[in-house]
Unconditional design. Sequence first.
Lengths: 488, 524
Amino acid sequence: MPANFAPSSVDYLRILPEIIMTVAGALIMLLEGWLGENKKRNLSALTFVAFAAALVSAVAANANPGLSFSNMLIVDDFATFFRVLVIAVGILSLFSATQYLKREHAESSEYYALLLFSVTGQCIMATANELIMIFIGLEISSIATYVLAGYLRDDKRNNEAALKYFLLGSFATAFLLYGIAWIYGTTGSTNLSTIRVALLTPGSERNVILAGTAAALMFVGFAFKVSAAPFQIWAPDVYQGAPAPVTLFMSAGPKAAAFAVFLRVFMTAFGPITSRWEPFVWASALLTMIIGNFAALMQTNIKRLLAYSSIAHAGYVMVAIAAHSEIGVAAAMFYLAAYAFMNIGAFAVVTHFSRQGEKFVNVEDLAGLGWKQPVTAGLFALFLLSLIGVPLTGGFFGKFYIFKAALDANLVWLTVLGLLNSAVAAYYYLRILVVMYMKEPGDATLSLQPVGVGIGATLWVAALGTLVLGIFPSVVLNFATASSVLVK
Amino acid sequence: MTLLNAVIFLPLAAFLIILALPKDKPEIIRIFSLVASLAVFLVSLGLIGPVWSGTPGKFAIETNQAWIQSPAINYHVALDGISLWLVILATLLTPICVLVSWRSIDKHIKQFFAFLLLLEFGLVGVFCALDFFLFFVFWEVSLVPMYFLIGIWGHDRRIYSAVKFFVYTMAGSMLMLVGIIYLYNLAGTFDYARILGGLQSGAISLSPVEQLWLFLAFFIAFAIKVPLFPLHTWLPDAHVEAPTAGSVMLASVMLKMGTYGLLRFCVPLFPNAARTCSGWIVVLAIIGIVYGALVAMVQPNMKKLVAYSSVSHLGFVVLGIFSFTQQGFDGAVYQMLAHGISTGALFIMVGFLYERRHSLEIASYGGVATPAPWLSTAFMITMLASIGLPVLSNFIGEYLVLQGASLVYFRWTVFAALGVILSACYMLWLYQRVFFGKASEDLTHHMPDLGFREYAIIVPLILIMVWMGTYTQSFIPPISASNAIFLGPLDASREIHVRAMPPHSVPLAGAPVLAAQGELSDAR
């Protein structure tokens, strides 16, 4: 290791997005005290500017990819893909949150600061090339998200969600940390490339059991974060209890970032022991899909239904990981992007529809929405069809690429069972369509106000993303394929 | 921009325009839908010329355009003698369905016609697509508008039926998707012609077990759509609950997606597996023919009766395909078209009766012939066509199928012919109960004869039935030419053409010919 610890200017450029968001977050917390009540809305504009600047600098950083800070961080296409994705998720959840906070009379700067910090953590996860950095990124992201989940502190459901999320999340993170310690003890390093080299070195066979245990422990931590079975129990309660725009955010951003580190760690560091972890990921993928889809069949609360659906979708991505190939990585990346758009769109409709205090969150409440607000309902229908996996939407291509990767890796049974699962899934998504279009409008629908600017923007951007990924998938897929060659 | 692309994309354009029209001007929406769908029909007539004048049996009016680079997916569409008529069937029935729904659809008019045109887009695309991926896209796209047509504008149990229809088809499609991806991973392309060529020349080799599983993956998806007994249970529900236009499109065009898929994909791609399974499939088809007819006989509901008669008629199509004879194939395609016209017309006329009396129960009718003689006459001609009376369309199809089946195994013909007899029983009995007898005062009052719009709907269909029944030469030459090409490698009188079967591989049960010959190269 070089003795010169002073970071170069290139190093700073490579983490400029994180710097911008951290500074903006801190600034917002300071401004809170100075600004009068009526100026608070400017803070959301500042947050937006910070996100936009971070997005630009993340793209710019990719012009000069490489390692930085003594190999602790890495900027490559893969990292850039996920940085752009999580920042985009941040922007979309900001759009729908402003309106929500006004509605709940809870506008305050903390929300924006926490959002910025959480996305910062996810960006660090995306760029981390070292287990300690992964842990730090994960904690920054998680802790901010725990607080966001309990944001309306007088609301019982929010409190329950935050407490559950925090307790179980900390427990899972402890497993991750234990796994990190274990692999450090085995290989003497926390750097992913070094671990890989150590595991590839002839004579390291006797360490395989130790490394395998470390992989298992870290799998627990990651599986919790992506809500993969059997560590998915928290997700329905937390998604249901948290404020709707926070659920929107949680189901897309932290999940994508967790999958990013999952992919990077298991494809690079644990690449040499693939045969050890592949069966577990296989089983977990199948179990996740089955639990998610079959539990969703019974749900009446739409947030809970979408929570189970989001578990099921994590299962599809797990299929891509089980394929343990570059095509699989690209498929997972594509899917996470498509999933982010369609799921954000769906939760934005829920945010819009639920009204103050989230009164209307039952599937039945949506009755007749198709005739009361045809545009909102039409977009919601598009997101649901994409979640089902109907062609010409991003969800279909995502699923298609994932199962193609799985068949490439000879996972025939996983593919057949996974696709049959998605036929089961059609049933509960269709139920929402049935209620929206085939039932007479009820009180909940008739008293609905028009869509506001913020949620409207979220809906249209998400719809555009879903359609572009569905009709011209090459745009994203080519980039994902090019970046699936992880630095090893 | 070829003519075919215009036929595919005009309905999509019309769909988008209808969405933009104001919803409080129903007349404009109706007139626009009619004009647009008629325009598509007229343009589609222009497709006949190029297919007839092209090389017999080969694809004409081809467009092959890269759509997605990796994996290479092309927008590849073309027509041969089979798809030509199915496309025209779809474009003909769409304006007719617009007319049928003119007054009977009175809520959410804009969305109804929009979905009808989106459905046309999907259906036309399915029959032209020559890229497996594109085929799958159109296959699924046609599912969504039909789901809404049934679910929003259907009768009492519409929601149950719509969801059942969607989930059933979806489950089958997913198996097909596995098959498509598996083929892609072997062949490196989604292109139909290249995969077919590769399989026939041996460039792509499939072990017998692989071939069997792939065949089944495709077959189940298509069999659900046909529907083949015992996968037919979604059909009576969907047909009965759908609005008239939905029933017509479903029975006349959508079911043909399944039989078309069998003929275009299942049989030519996996000839050995198709031959291996043909015994079982033919038995299921014959059960479907007889069972459908028997169940139709006892239905108290007119729509359900016609729906079960579809199960019976489609059994003939499957029987024809799995006889692997020229007559069987020609008859299957002819029956697909004839069934499309005659069953469509039956559903339309049941719809006319429903509009007058608001009941689908046979028991609430009787003596309709007295107040509405022309309606009764039109119904009678259509019914006779459906039974398979000579001089009318269905006779040709059923006859050819039975002849083709008899060449292979005469007993099949005997059992299948039972279906023809039974169809006369249930249809004539239906006719007798609905149209003959003494009309009640109340019924006479509510039973005006055909109006101008109804004549405009039904007369063209009856003329086509007569045309198809009397002058088959207008239709059959391109069909035969295309079928001859499919049949080339799998004619019953020849050995099956197999390559790259390792000598040690275990032969499939029921394929003793293959086992005896060990490694067959080109047995032709």
